[in-house]
Design a protein around this ligand. Structure first.
Ligand SMILES: Nc1ncnc2c1ncn2[C@@H]1O[C@H](COP(=O)(O)OP(=O)(O)OP(=O)(O)O)[C@@H](O)[C@H]1O
Ligand SMILES: [Mg+2]
Length: 340
């Protein structure tokens, strides 16, 4: 039994007989990475869209895939799921060649623009996708009902997908990706065009999938504040090349500026009292009335700020090390020119 695997927009995964007849040897060790690429490259004419990309994504993580428009995210994702061939180099999914039937069985994929069959009802569409994935009729029925329920779509089961809102279509995209219980979810901008409520709903579902079912999630997004709350690790690419790849903790540490942020009920007074201390290297007051302090002795600064607050009977609104966010890291790391 063979099935169409990927439409340009939708993935169905081959299971059933093909899976049972799996003759391909899988070199899985305990520490096999979920996604590994070796110099993965894709050229379109003169354009090197993906340039010797090296990805190393561990199992069980939520991994963000970030970069400017035209950086090569979708092209990489298409090579990982087997919709595009690499011009050179290769990709592996849990030790299996990317694009192979065996690798596809492990993946649930929701593309940039989920392209659903508008004339089908939600339920029939998912039953159809489940059938393509090799699920038996009763399994398909149960899984479809379970997913519609989990994604709060049950009451629309018999409505045509064409009439769904953008948020409902994204949830349908997620449902079809999950229909065969994949180990790896690859999502290309799953929250684009959604309102805050729709985005939160998808993000919470993804967290749940990861924490309760240990599904590895590889997610591309431009909505960085949201991604920051979701991912454990991240790859940033620009012009087809990796700019950085690490855990969020390590990435943030690398960009830490060792600056303190301070806000009191009388900033001028507290600045006056510490400005001549020998450990102060730089002190700036920004437009929102926050003081940024770079210093050579953190404990002396802490002591003197607390003393000043007590001495002048001030209210302390904020005092702590500055936290760098993903948007700052992105801005510092990516060239702003050449948007394609
Ligand atoms: N089929 C194609 N033929 C020719 N060029 C292509 C093709 N697909 C992508 N490209 C080009 O490859 C580059 C990378 O495109 P890609 O869609 O991978 O970027 P992206 O990072 O996903 O961008 P976005 O954030 O806008 O979705 C772009 O310059 C794009 O125009
Ligand atoms: Mg894209």
């Amino acid at each position: 039994m063979t099935r169409p695997l990927y439409y340009d927009c939708v993935v169905a995964v081959v299971c059933g007989a093909d899976a049972k007849d799996n003759k391909m040897r899988r070199c899985v060790t305990e520490d096999t990475l979920m996604i590994k690429t070796n110099s993965m490259t894709r050229v379109f004419g003169d354009l090197v869209a993906v340039d010797n990309l090296e990805l190393n994504i561990r199992q069980g993580v939520i991994h963000g895939f970030v970069g400017p428009n035209g950086a090569g995210k979708t092209t990489t994702i298409k090579m990982l799921v087997g919709l595009l061939r690499c011009t050179s180099g290769s990709g592996m999914i849990k030790g299996l060649p990317a694009g192979s039937i065996q690798a596809r069985q492990l993946i649930g994929y929701s593309p940039e623009r989920p392209c659903l069959y508008n004339n089908m009802t939600a339920k029939n569409y998912l039953l159809y996708m489940a059938g393509l994935s090799g699920l038996k009729k009763n399994e398909a029925e149960a899984r479809t009902n379970e997913l519609l329920d989990w994604l709060d779509l049950s009451k629309f089961s018999y409505k045509k997908v064409g009439g769904f809102s953008a948020g409902m279509k994204q949830r349908m995209g997620l449902a079809q990706a999950l229909v065969h219980n994949p180990e790896l979810l690859i999502l290309d901008e799953p929250t684009a065009n959604l309102d805050p409520h729709g985005r939160t709903s998808i993000i919470n579902k993804l967290k749940e999938l990861n924490s309760q079912q240990n599904i590895t999630i590889f997610i591309s997004s431009h909505i960085l504040p949201e991604l920051e709350k979701l991912v454990h690790s991240m790859t940033l690419i620009d012009k087809g090349k990796v700019v950085m790849e690490d855990s969020m903790e390590q990435i943030k540490q690398g960009f830490s500026q060792d600056r303190y942020v301070l806000k009191t009920s009388d900033n001028a007074k507290v600045m006056e009292s510490i400005k001549s201390k020998p450990y102060i290297q730089e002190m700036l007051l920004d437009q929102s009335d926050i003081i940024y302090i770079t210093c050579s002795d953190k404990s002396a600064l802490q002591k003197d700020v607390i003393n000043a607050v007590q001495q002048y009977n001030l209210r302390l609104f904020n005092f702590g090390e500055e936290e760098i966010n993903l948007e700052d890291i992105y801005t510092k790391s990516v060239s702003t020119s050449g948007v394609q």
